[in-house]
Design a binder for this molecule. Sequence first.
Ligand SMILES: NC(=O)c1ccc[n+]([C@@H]2O[C@H](COP(=O)([O-])OP(=O)(O)OC[C@H]3O[C@@H](n4cnc5c(N)ncnc54)[C@H](OP(=O)(O)O)[C@@H]3O)[C@@H](O)[C@H]2O)c1
Length: 341
Amino acid sequence: MRIILIGYGVVGQGLTSILQRRHAETVKDYGFNPKIVAVVDKGGAAISPRGLTLEKLQAFKKNGSIATNPEFGHPKMTAIEAIESVEAEVVVEATSTNVKNAEPALSYITKAFKTGKHVVTTNKGPLALAMPALTELAEYNHVYLRFSGTVGGGTPMLEFAKRCLAGDKILAIKGILNGTTNYILTEMAEKHISFQQALDSAQKLGYAETDPSMDVDGIDTACKVVIMANWIMNKKLTLKDVNIKGIRDVSLKALDEAAKKGNTIKLIGSIDGDKPTVAPTEISKRDPLCVSGVLNAVTFVSQFAGEETLIGRGAGGMETASAVLRDLLDIRHKLATKLLT
Ligand SMILES: NC(=O)c1ccc[n+]([C@@H]2O[C@H](COP(=O)([O-])OP(=O)(O)OC[C@H]3O[C@@H](n4cnc5c(N)ncnc54)[C@H](OP(=O)(O)O)[C@@H]3O)[C@@H](O)[C@H]2O)c1
């Protein structure tokens, strides 16, 4: 499988590392022999039909861009040009999230489809804004679109519901889907500090961005609700369908009142029937969903299996890269079984 990797940040570098470290096992256990034939960042591209190694990429990324590599580098080559000109089966899209118009990732994904390439993305933007159209376009072009890393980091939340609960009817989904807000609310409740103090601490530890609005205003959680509802419950939602309230107004007084009842307040993203919602919600401290720190958790309520809760780290370069590897294996498996039938 030849791969074009767009975006060489935390996730992109995690992926090259994991593919290299797991190479012997993926070949032996799955007959899967991936090769990264092109990598693109903002400075340009590095291209090698024989495959690019982690060492070669890392050495030149230190200079600012992988395109500075004199042997493989193509300074100023854009992702669109790379997708059009490099022969490959899959594009892994791992550029920065944009929830205003999903660009440039949206154009990269559609270009990949139109040139007959499967896509694995970790980017919530295109899915939150245009998932129904993208899944249709993938089908029309007979290619696969996979996005495990967009929800739950490495925790297989999408696959668990889609595969392990296959056949059952998922009636509702509710979850703590954003580690930053969970850290802030946990710190406020446990250390009795203000929202601003907890946010400062999250920023110092690198859990929150300088502009924390994607997280604290509930947008990141809402993107994940859209992806889960569409993929698992066959809805056709976009971000504008979600009722969103973030955590800026959660007060210490409200947390104290909740604690008196054995409860606490968490930012819960949920879909129950046709109502996708993100809001600070009081839940029992004994609810399995009630995880602390940066952990994520999701509860699936299904008609016959009942309630199941999955807990795990919801972000991180290697964690998310492991979800990408899972998606690549899934595509490889689908292609192999298609060839057999
Ligand atoms: N990090 C996580 O834990 C995590 C977890 C789940 C999902 N995600 C999602 O995965 C995606 C990547 O995350 P990340 O943490 O790896 O981000 P990151 O470290 O900021 O890396 C983003 C990469 O995209 C590249 N890029 C941006 N615009 C580009 C363009 N127009 N053309 C080519 N390359 C471009 C950047 O190039 P330069 O290097 O030249 O700046 C950089 O290499 C994001 O959408 C994020 O939301 C991340």
